[in-house]
Design a protein around this ligand. Structure first.
Ligand code: BES
Ligand code: MN
Ligand code: MN
Length: 463
């Protein structure tokens, strides 16, 4: 029994009902029709911090507000910066949800709702972790600062401007959020019953192209074979970006890629990953990807190219013989450490310009980018986090990488010179960004307990 258990047990049901109340608020950050709901979601969180006695601010930005809260500075003890996001992905396609996305429903020990795992449910474990600590022991042994944004899923413009010092408070931003370590719970465990600390994430570089050919849609018999078809051209362009061995064809794409060390390959292989279970779970009869690398290597440590959206021509029932005037696509590359998103972007632009015939007008838009990273495994904070997770989950965490991206981690490194502990309580099959998003309630409570224990473990590290 830990000293926190009685408070955690007494408040077990209330933690869940609070979470469900928060999940009911549709904070779809990218859709302005939900601006009022998104603000209410932020205000709900701010009120939680105020009720806990933390110094709390709602920071207005060009987009959705940031919520900032802090406990008092403890002389001689470290400071932890907890980051998370209260915005969620749009829930569509709605018809594929078994229960409505903003009516949290418990099935089989899991809560189903948009934002359950990404990131409201994971993020709030640290709010309750601090609350439980304060109620059990009266005061925290370290300083905790919370920085929670509402635009993570839509580019993070407000947070970027804040970090650039554009919303002047009484303190320069660098001092305001200065810390010894950052903590983010916005990723996954290795699997059910096997918690993990994530020490590497991929970067990303994201694009859109719009192609325009003739001045109107044409009869494909009357005009086919005489003019370039934007849909044909788009397919050719996209197909040229990757070969049959899964290698991205942008010149120089692999030049800076940090290869896996033998030691890391060995560590990945020891995790006992099953290709068969993975493909079965996805309803596939085979896997695909870059030749010469295992599935975990490709997922966690190799760069990739994927089309994210594609449109042109007739989509309705039956056949329509049209030669479309326009075609477009959204696509992105996940990047690994040492690849520079700006260099890749220039390579991408040049390659597509080279592939586009003169008679087609191409608009090339670079939407966003961030580099990938790996974190050092031998810091006392990693040890502290592993000890806290062991107390919360009853199992020692393994160290993993992930293919997702959390760009703010780079900002914390560059601006504050600190590492981030990526303590994911979710599962890879939680359906984040998909219908039927879910989060295990058992892991929710284990996350809260790990969070309580983390403050004590971090306090043991001399400042
Ligand atoms: N929480 C995810 C990132 C994530 C998910 C990391 C699973 C590791 C495992 C985050 O909310 C997210 O969706 N990130 C985007 C970032 C992008 C928009 C810059 C992503 O990875 O697509
Ligand atoms: Mn997230
Ligand atoms: Mn997300």
């Amino acid at each position: 029994m830990s000293e926190f258990d009685s408070y955690l047990n007494e408040n077990h049901d209330r933690f869940e009902s609070d979470l469900f109340e928060w999940l009911r608020m549709p904070s779809i950050g990218t859709d302005s029709a939900y601006d009022d709901d998104t603000r209410k979601t932020a205000e709900w969180l701010a009120q939680k911090f105020i009720d806990m006695g933390l110094k709390t601010e709602t920071i207005e930005t060009c987009g959705h507000p940031l919520i900032y809260a802090e406990s008092p500075k403890i002389e001689g003890a470290p400071t932890v910066l907890v980051y998370g996001h209260y915005d969620v992905q749009p829930p569509d396609p709605l018809e594929l949800w078994d229960t409505p996305p903003f009516e949290p429903t418990v099935r089989d020990g899991k809560v189903f709702a948009r934002g359950a795992t990404d990131d409201k449910g994971q993020m709030i474990t640290h709010v309750f972790g601090v609350e439980a600590y304060l109620k059990t022991k009266g005061a925290l042994p370290i300083q905790v600062k919370f920085l929670i944004e509402g635009e993570e899923e839509s580019g993070g413009a407000g947070l970027k401007a804040f970090l650039n010092g554009e919303y002047d408070a009484e303190l320069p931003v660098k001092e305001k959020i200065s810390a010894d370590i950052a903590v983010i719970s916005d990723c996954s465990q290795y699997g059910p019953g096997q918690p993990a600390i994530t020490y590497g994430l991929k970067g990303i570089t994201y694009y859109q192209v719009n192609l325009t050919g003739p001045n109107r849609d044409l009869h494909s018999g009357g005009f086919g074979g005489t003019v370039a078809n934007p849909a044909n051209v788009l397919c050719k362009m996209m197909a040229a970006l990757i070969d049959e061995n899964g290698r991205v064809q942008i010149p120089g794409f692999y030049d800076d890629v940090e290869e896996l060390s033998d030691r890391e390959r060995e560590q990945f292989s020891q995790l006992g990953f099953s290709d068969q279970e993975y493909q079965d779970e996805l309803g596939l009869n085979a896997l695909a990807g870059e030749a010469g690398y295992t599935t975990l290597e490709r997922r966690w440590a190799r760069p990739t190219f994927d089309i994210n959206g594609l449109w042109s021509g007739y989509q309705g029932e039956g056949a329509k013989t049209v030669l479309p005037a326009k075609a477009g696509a959204k696509f992105s590359c996940r990047l690994v450490p040492n690849q520079n998103p700006e260099v890749i972007q220039e390579g991408m632009r040049k390659m597509l310009e080279g592939l586009c015939p003169d008679s087609i007008e191409m608009e090339f838009i670079a939407l966003h980018g961030a580099p990938g990273f790996v974190l050092s495994l031998d810091s006392p904070f990693m040890e502290a986090a592993a000890d806290a997770i062991e107390q919360g989950f009853g199992v020692r965490p393994v160290f993993v990488r992930s293919g997702g991206s959390i760009p703010v981690v780079n900002a914390f490194t560059e601006m504050l010179g600190i590492d981030t502990l990526l303590l994911g309580w979710g599962q890879d099959d939680d359906n984040l960004h998909s219908p039927n998003e879910k989060f295990s309630l058992e892991d929710f409570h284990r996350g809260i307990k790990s969070s309580c224990c983390l403050w004590d473990e971090v306090a043991k590290i001399a400042n």
